[in-house]
Design a protein. Structure first.
Length: 635
């Protein structure tokens, strides 16, 4: 039975209440952690870098004073530092306490173990340099994102008689989406479901959904839809929840020859992406050298006025006013030029609330990875558009929700899921997948996609070794490989399972042959849902000389770290092994869907079947793999 839609305002009010619960929970956890957690624990959690080294400082194109910060601690620990998040600095005292410096800053760039932070002023830089010994940096509680989402919900709830109000009734209410009566466009380079999806997007007046299961060419379809839309519209807005997802779609659009203006910090740092960022384009504009000189003159004159070394203060103030007027004129001119040249404006959903997009409106908004975005975040961008195209897969990674209560009451129920349930006529399912061997595909297709996925002929039976199963389960039951809590209480760890996995991986690589692996660039991924296990696996790999020549072909990450990626061979360590059958967040089956669909040709799962098979999903998966392994007939 189709779900009966709630009244839109009641739906939005519930979102507000659940978001408030998430906000209060995250704020309370942050301050408790700040007060009580040890430095070691914060470092392990990825919310703290210690020690750090200060690098060069400069004013960026946004006229912000910035300073480089390098992490000198354990570089293998995954961290949560990302563009736009606030940070605070501290100095570790002789008694082991952390003395926080009395200002906060905002990350303006981060890549691996280096970041650039925007400081509130020159005084903050002086404080940093005075405390540069034993210096560390920690994520600060970020209420800016929450304020932005609350403001978006308020704006949508109060909308009357405008396009936002209309979209609210279509997306959340009983108003049905409308479609133009267009002649279908043929795209010979796309398969039939992809072609149908692009035509559905072109015809949609309010909303269309491109549902792309793993390997079905969702990005290819979305790029084609954007490309065709730009034949009909001058400029579109493209958003996603994360910077990584924005970068990915932006790169594909650039490859298609579409001029993109990237607002915010690219995480996929390369010359191609950096060249299309707002900041880099701003600095490359012909008027920028003059603007830079004027800004420097303004800062120098302000310093002179503050020091009272200027004799004719009235004349100095008039000169300062003239300089500011000229600087504003140049900023407006450069900004107008950059936006007029771009056909696609790309940013995160929260980034759409930035000052650069104030009072800008778009005919079409495309939200990639929409199933990973909170509904409130989507409304930030939707309020700037006349129609929205949602692309993603709600059977893969969900939004991050930290409050169990808010999660249970539906905060993670995304706008994409609601539209899929309530407005099926707006949904196009991509069914032909080009990534996985058919045996790897079959189980997720049955469990998550109603058996509707089909393996393309070129990948259906593709393998690495002859007479080899595409997937197998190494059962660790009875091996005394019990899980344990990792050091500093961060996550779960199963050292025996990790060592067994690397032993199997080495034997498999030896069967394939080192020269063949290097010549054919056969790549391998090791996935564990637990960060502590990932870290331990990385440590083992570093110690083993055999793997050294293949390091560029070996990746070890959590499930989230592999989202959107694929490898020829995937080994998965499930970790959990206990007498009580406790599997923790392995119950989040959408994450497991991501894990098992990263493999192209070979998938090996390591896990204690006695523990895991008490859950119906893992029981069914284990039994399916047993049948595939022994080629037993289906019941």
């Amino acid at each position: 039975m189709a779900e009966k839609a709630n009244a839109p305002l009641a739906d939005l009010q519930k979102q507000w209440q659940l978001l408030q619960k998430e906000y209060e929970y995250e704020k309370d956890v942050f301050w408790q952690n700040t007060r009580e957690a040890t430095l070691a624990r914060k470092v392990q959690q990825g919310v703290c870098w210690y020690p750090v080294r200060l690098g060069s400082d400069r004013y960026n194109s946004l006229n912000q004073l910035t300073v480089e910060v390098d992490r000198l601690g354990d570089e293998e620990i995954e961290h949560a530092f990302e563009y736009g998040r606030p940070v605070c600095f501290f100095r570790l005292m002789d008694d082991g306490t952390m003395r926080y410096l009395n200002f906060s800053a905002v990350i303006s760039y981060v890549q691996d173990n280096r970041m650039v932070v925007a400081l509130p002023g020159v005084q903050a830089l002086a404080i940093l340099h005075a405390n540069r010994e034993d210096l560390g940096v920690q994520l600060y509680f970020d209420d800016t994102t929450y304020r932005t989402m609350f403001a978006a919900l308020k704006r949508v709830m109060e909308a009357e008689g405008n396009r936002t109000a209309h979209l609210r009734e279509v997306l959340l209410g009983n108003l049905q989406p409308a479609f133009r009566d267009l002649s279908p466009v043929a795209f010979p380079w796309l398969n039939h479901p992809q072609e149908e999806a692009v035509n559905r997007v072109l015809a949609a007046r309010e909303v269309a959904v491109v549902h792309g299961p793993p390997g079905t060419g969702k990005t290819t379809t979305l790029v084609e839809a954007i490309f065709e839309t730009l034949h009909r519209e001058n400029q579109v807005l493209v958003c996603a929840q994360s910077n990584t997802a924005v970068d990915w779609i932006s790169e594909k659009l650039l490859d298609r020859g579409i001029p993109v203006l990237r607002l915010g910090n690219p995480t996929r740092v390369n010359d191609k992406m950096l060249g299309f960022t707002y900041e880099r384009r701003f600095e490359a504009h012909a008027d920028y050298p003059e603007l830079w000189s004027i800004r420097k003159a303004i800062r120098d004159l302000q310093a002179q006025l503050k020091s009272k070394s200027v004799k004719n203060r009235d004349a100095a103030h008039r000169h300062l006013s003239n300089l500011r007027s000229r600087a504003l004129e140049l900023e407006i001119r450069i900004n107008a030029a950059l936006f007029s040249e771009a056909r696609v404006i790309a940013c995160t959903l929260v980034g759409a609330a930035g000052r650069l997009l104030e009072r800008r409106r778009f005919s079409s908004l495309f939200i990639d990875e929409a199933a990973q975005a909170l509904e409130a975040a989507c409304w930030i961008a939707i309020a700037k558009a006349d129609r929205v195209v949602l692309a993603g897969d709600h059977c893969q990674l969900p939004p991050t929700v930290k409050s169990v209560e808010a999660m249970r009451e539906g905060l993670a129920d995304t706008m994409m899921e609601k539209v899929v349930r309530r407005k099926p006529e707006a949904v196009s399912l991509l069914r032909i997948q080009y990534r996985m061997h058919e045996d790897i595909m079959a189980f997720p297709s049955r469990w998550f996609y109603h058996n509707r996925l089909v393996a393309a002929p070129e990948v259906r039976f593709r393998g690495i070794l002859d007479y080899d199963n595409a997937l197998s389960w190494v059962d660790t039951a009875g091996m005394d490989f019990l899980e344990k809590t990792a050091s500093a209480g961060i996550g779960r760890l199963n050292t025996g399972e990790a060592e067994l996995l690397l032993s199997h991986l080495r034997r498999y690589m030896e069967r394939v042959g080192g020269n063949r692996i290097l010549d054919e660039h056969i790549d391998f991924g090791i996935i564990s849902p637990y960060r502590a296990q990932v870290r331990y696996l990385r440590q083992l790999l570093k110690k083993e000389p055999f793997f050294r020549p293949f390091r560029h072909l070996l990746s070890v990450h959590t499930v989230d770290g592999f989202q959107g990626q694929e490898r020829d061979v995937i080994f998965i360590s499930l970790v959990r092994a206990n007498e009580d059958g406790q599997i923790g967040f392995l119950r989040d089956l959408r994450r497991m869907n991501v894990a098992i669909t990263r493999a192209r040709m070979k998938l090996v799962i390591f896990g204690d079947a006695a523990t895991l098979a008490r859950h119906p999903f893992y029981k069914a998966l284990y039994e399916y793999i047993e049948k595939i392994t022994h080629r037993l007939p289906e019941e």
